[in-house]
Design a protein around this ligand. Structure first.
Ligand code: ADP
Length: 233
């Protein structure tokens, strides 16, 4: 029901990606030839100390920043040469984001929050409602459809944010500390919902987290060392 076609391509591929920042006149090479491949249905934890470049990697993968060198594939598409409008369109349809804070719209219900990206994409209200309801029920929020974010617990808010992120059936889900703001038990529950959804839908997920216990439940763990992506046990 939440499925998408199984693509023969990786959902995401970073090839020899370089990203430099200027800080006080000095060049800071955050990524120096980073390679990473995520396959559909795979969940990958990104664990690295603060300042190692996790957000930079997520922003690049999410087409929010451009690499200084290298190529980023999202499904069958190379993205380095794309213009801003094409990158925005890809971001809307191919990529879902979950942040540490839910960023839900306070004046709208859970259902409406999940409908929103679909309506922006041009889907009908009927289709958007059906999909939003299906996702929220799947995530255990069938009794909370009409609640506004302020009427939901932290864990429920984050599950709505996850439903919103995947509403347009993206092939890639990027999450930056999605459970960083939750108590351990709630974090565990939200994380379980996220990984279950990833496996059931064929999505690929890259999740930055400091929580090793949660990271161990994902398919792979990677870290950043000297600007490169390295697999860890
Ligand atoms: P993490 O998410 O692992 O904490 P970041 O990707 O945020 O790491 O940052 C990696 C490094 O790049 C840090 O040293 C940070 O100060 C620097 N950095 C990040 N964004 C910018 C920017 N826009 N301009 C200058 N330096 C930046």
């Amino acid at each position: 029901m939440i499925g998408m076609e199984q693509a023969p391509h990786p959902a995401l591929e970073l090839q020899d990606v370089v990203r430099c920042y200027r800080q006080a006149g000095e060049a800071l090479e955050v990524l120096r030839g980073a390679d990473l491949t995520l396959w559909p249905g795979q969940s990958v934890a990104l664990i690295a100390p603060s300042g190692a470049g996790k957000s930079t990697l997520l922003h690049l993968a999410g087409l929010l920043e451009r690499p200084d060198a290298g190529e980023i594939w999202v499904g069958e598409s190379q993205t380095a040469h794309l213009g801003d409008a094409q990158r925005t369109a890809m971001r809307r349809t191919e990529i879902g984001f979950v942040y540490q804070f839910h960023h839900l719209l306070g004046e709208f219900s859970a259902l409406e929050n999940v409908m929103m990206p679909q309506l922006i994409r041009g889907l009908s209200k009927r289709v958007a409602t059906e999909r939003a309801r299906e996702l929220l029920v799947y995530l255990g929020l069938g009794e909370r459809l009409q609640h506004r974010p302020a009427e939901l617990s932290g864990g429920e808010q984050q599950r709505v944010a996850i439903a919103r992120a995947v509403a347009n059936r993206p092939r890639l889900l990027l999450a930056d500390e999605p459970t960083g703001n939750l108590d351990p038990k709630t974090a565990d529950h939200v994380f379980g919902a996220l990984t279950q959804l990833v496996r059931a839908s064929g999505l690929a997920a890259l999740v930055a987290t400091h929580n090793m216990e949660l990271a161990r439940r994902m398919d792979r763990r990677v870290t950043l060392q000297d600007g490169k992506v390295v697999e860890v046990e």
